[in-house]
Design a binder for this molecule. Structure first.
Ligand code: NDP
Length: 246
């Protein structure tokens, strides 16, 4: 029997990049999957139809992660459409590039709302549905621990906050049998950080393996944590970075 047979997952930001790869991988492992997106309806529909081809149920829900009411409604809609919720993957994120003297208050507010506050809100909403064995997996970043160049203050601050949040969730939810884990990717080839983009050479200078991860590499770790192999992992950060922070 597939490892996630009978499970329901919700992946925020599942229309593209790492989130789409996670949604597909969880479906390959047997889960039915809801995804959220902000703008890319076509890409979200594409992910849903690829999951359908795997024989699993899937829905896409438009929900801006900065909008707490929309995030809560998405969680409830997913649970009602797919028959519950077992795995929440907080993946949606933004990267506002700019040095500290160029970023605005609006930049830091939006970054914290999408990258951090949305996780807090999503977890609160998910708790109405998650039971014993539930998993909360959040996508952080190696930039939380090592900032490899200028222009990343808002992003690094937001990703560093997720480590504390995850450790606190593990303490709050351990007694309920719900795990919380942060998966911290290094450079991964997506629209946010293309392997052929203008910053690729600088980004890869620190990599031990000399290349970007593929989104499927991050999804493989999320699938492990979501599955039986992850049942005793909680409060931890798992780095998936090809040795970038080594
Ligand atoms: P992409 O920019 O390729 O994709 C971002 C995804 O998040 C899209 O599905 C997008 O939806 C969604 N999203 C963005 N803003 C919102 C919002 N306000 N509300 C709802 N959904 C939103 O990014 P990646 O796949 O590269 O990144 C995914 C996660 O991984 C992020 O948290 C990122 O910080 C993290 N990460 C990425 C790394 C990398 O090198 N790529 C490295 C380390 C961490 P839509 O399509 O509708 O815009």
């Amino acid at each position: 029997m597939p490892a996630l047979e009978g499970k329901v997952a919700l992946v925020t930001g599942g229309s593209r990049g790492i989130g789409a790869a996670i949604a597909l991988r969880l479906a390959q492992d047997g889960a039915d999957v809801a995804i959220t997106y902000e703008k890319s309806r076509d890409r979200a529909d594409e992910t849903v139809s690829r999951i359908g081809e795997l024989g699993r149920k899937a829905i896409a829900i438009q929900a801006d992660s900065a909008d707490a009411a929309a995030v809560t409604a998405a969680m409830n809609q997913a649970a009602s459409a797919l028959g519950g919720l077992d795995i929440l993957v907080n993946n949606a994120g933004i990267f506002p590039a700019g040095t500290i003297d160029t970023l605005s208050l609006a930049d830091i507010d939006r970054t914290l709302a999408v990258n951090v506050r949305s996780v807090f809100v999503a977890v609160q909403a998910a708790l109405a549905h998650l039971g014993e064995g539930g998993r909360i997996i959040t996508i952080g970043s190696t930039l939380a621990d090592r900032v490899s160049g200028p222009g990343m203050s808002a992003y690094a601050a937001s990703k560093a906050a997720l480590g504390g949040l995850t450790r606190a969730l593990a303490r709050d939810l351990g007694p309920r049998g719900i795990g919380a884990v942060l998966v911290a990717p290094g450079p991964t080839d997506t629209d946010m950080n293309p392997a052929d983009g203008p910053h690729a050479q600088r980004v890869l200078a620190l990599s031990a393996v000399g290349r970007h991860a593929e989104p499927a590499d991050i999804a493989a770790t999320v699938a492990h944590v979501a599955g039986p192999g992850g049942r005793f992992i909680t409060g931890s950060t798992i780095t998936v970075d090809g040795g970038t922070n080594a």
